[in-house]
Design a protein around this ligand. Structure first.
Ligand code: PMP
Length: 389
C-alpha cells in the first residue's frame, strides 16, 4: 500500500463525472465577457453560478483603480504583512472596513479561507472548544482543526441545539467560540442570528459570524446578517471574492485582541499579502457597495424573479428566496445529467454533491447577480423547463 494508492478512488470518481461531457469540477471559462456571460466549450453561456452578487467584476471604477495600482505599485508585494508586504493600501482598506462596520479593529487576510482559519486558530487552542453550525463551510471546520480545539457541531440554525451543547460544556463554555454563517452558501437560508447570539451570550461564549455570502447582500447598508438582525458579533469574517469581485478576506471586531492576531495567526503571518491591484479593486468595490444601494435592490429583484420562476416550474427550491437559489436534484447521476443539460443549453451553475449538499441529495446551485438582466433570468428559467427525467 503506497501513499499514492488512495488516488485510485479519486480518479474513478473524476472519470464518472466526465462521462457524458464536461466534468463540472473542471470547467474552463475560455473567456469572461461580462459579470454574467462567458464563453465555455466555445458557446456563449449565461453565468448563474459565480457569487458575483453585485456584478462588480467589470465595474469601470474598480478596473481603473486596479490598473492605476499596477502601474504605481507593481504586480505583487512578494512578502507577508509581517515583513516587506505591508503597504499603506492594506492599512487603508482595514480602516475602511472598520469604518463600514462601525467596529474599531480590522485585519485583512490573503483569502477568505485564510481569514477563517487564521482568526479561529489565533483565538482558540487546545483545551478550548468550538461549536460549529452543522452546515458550516469547510473553512470553518478546517479552522477548528488547525486551532487544536475540540470541535462540536450543533444542529443547523437551531438555537436550542446550541444551548444544549453549551450547557453540556458547563463552566468551560466561556472558553468556547460559536461559529456560524450569516447566509448559508448551499441552500441560501439565513441564520437566526439574534437567537443564536442570545444563547451564546447567556453562556459567556464568543460569537463568530462568517458573512461571506451576506456582505453586500443583507442589511440596510449591506453589512450582512449582523446588520439585518442588529447583532454585535465578537468577530465578523468575510471575503472579497464574492460581492467585492476580487480575492482576499477580512475580520472586524470590537475586541482590541484582534490587533494582536497579527503576531499569533499563522495563516496571516506566513503567506504573502494581497497584491496592490487586488487591494485597489477591493477598495473601489467597497466604495461602490456603500454608494450604490440600488445594486442590492436589483440583486433582490433578480433573486425573487429566479426563485419564484423556478418554484412555479414545480422544482423543489431552497427554503427561502435569496441570491443563492438551490434546486434539489435527487441522485448524483440525475443531478449530473441535469447539470450537463443546462450547460449545453447555455447556462452555467454549480453542481453540489453530498457531503457538500445537506441531507444526502445532490443539488444545482444558482447564484444571482445584480448584473443579470430580466431576459437572462428568464433564459435561466427557460433552460430548467426541459430537464432530463
Ligand atoms: N466562507 C464561506 C461561507 C464561503 O462560501 C467561502 C468561499 N466559497 C469562504 C469562506 C472562503 O472564501 P475565499 O474564496 O475568499 O477563500
Amino acid at each position: 500500500m503506497s501513499l499514492l494508492d488512495k488516488f485510485d478512488e479519486l480518479e474513478q470518481t473524476q472519470a464518472q463525472l466526465s462521462e457524458g461531457g464536461v466534468n463540472p469540477t473542471n470547467v474552463i471559462v475560455e473567456q469572461a465577457l461580462s459579470p454574467t456571460e462567458s464563453i465555455i466549450e466555445g458557446r456563449h453561456t449565461i453565468m448563474a453560478g459565480t457569487n458575483n452578487y453585485l456584478g462588480l467584476t467589470f465595474d469601470p471604477a474598480c478596473i481603473e483603480a486596479g490598473q492605476r495600482a499596477l502601474a504605481e505599485s507593481g504586480t505583487g508585494t512578494t512578502g507577508s504583512r509581517m515583513a516587506n508586504g505591508n503597504y499603506a493600501s492594506h492599512a487603508q482598506l482595514e480602516a475602511e472596513l472598520a469604518d463600514f462596520y462601525g467596529y474599531p479593529y480590522a485585519m485583512v487576510f490573503s483569502t477568505g479561507y485564510a481569514a477563517n482559519i487564521g482568526t479561529m486558530a489565533a483565538l482558540v487552542g487546545s483545551g478550548d472548544a468550538i461549536l460549529l453550525d452543522g452546515d458550516a463551510h469547510a473553512s470553518l471546520f478546517d479552522g477548528g482543526k488547525l486551532s487544536g480545539a475540540t470541535v462540536y457541531r450543533f444542529r443547523h440554525n437551531d438555537a436550542e441545539s446550541l444551548d444544549k451543547r453549551l450547557r453540556r460544556l458547563g463552566e468551560t463554555a466561556s472558553r468556547c467560540l460559536v461559529a456560524v454563517e450569516g447566509l448559508y452558501s448551499i441552500l441560501g437560508d439565513r441564520a437566526p442570528l439574534k437567537e443564536l447570539a442570545e444563547v451564546t451570550r447567556a453562556h459567556d461564549a464568543l460569537l463568530f459570524v462568517d458573512e461571506a455570502h451576506s456582505l453586500g447582500v443583507l442589511g440596510e447598508h449591506g453589512k450582512g446578517r449582523i446588520e439585518e438582525e442588529d447583532v454585535e458579533a465578537d468577530f465578523v469574517v468575510g471575503t472579497f471574492s464574492k460581492s467585492l469581485g476580487s480575492t482576499g478576506g477580512f475580520c472586524v471586531s470590537p475586541h482590541k485582541a484582534l490587533t494582536l492576531f497579527r503576531y499569533a495567526s499563522r495563516p496571516y503571518m506566513f503567506t504573502a499579502s494581497p497584491c496592490p491591484s487586488v487591494i485597489a479593486t477591493t477598495r473601489a468595490a467597497l466604495a461602490q457597495l456603500r454608494a450604490r444601494p440600488k445594486l442590492r435592490t436589483k440583486l433582490w429583484r433578480n433573486a425573487n424573479r429566479l426563485y419564484n420562476g423556478l418554484s412555479q416550474l414545480g422544482l423543489q427550491v431552497g427554503p427561502e428566496p435569496s441570491p443563492v437559489v438551490a434546486v434539489m436534484a435527487g441522485s448524483r447521476e440525475h443531478a449530473l445529467a441535469c447539470w450537463q443539460h443546462l450547460l449545453e443549453a447555455g447556462v452555467y451553475l454549480n453542481l453540489i454533491l453530498p457531503p457538500a449538499a445537506p441531507d444526502g441529495s445532490a443539488l444545482l446551485r444558482c447564484s444571482v447577480s445584480a448584473a443579470h438582466s430580466d431576459e437572462q433570468i428568464d433564459q435561466i428559467i427557460e433552460a430548467f423547463k426541459n430537464l432530463p427525467p
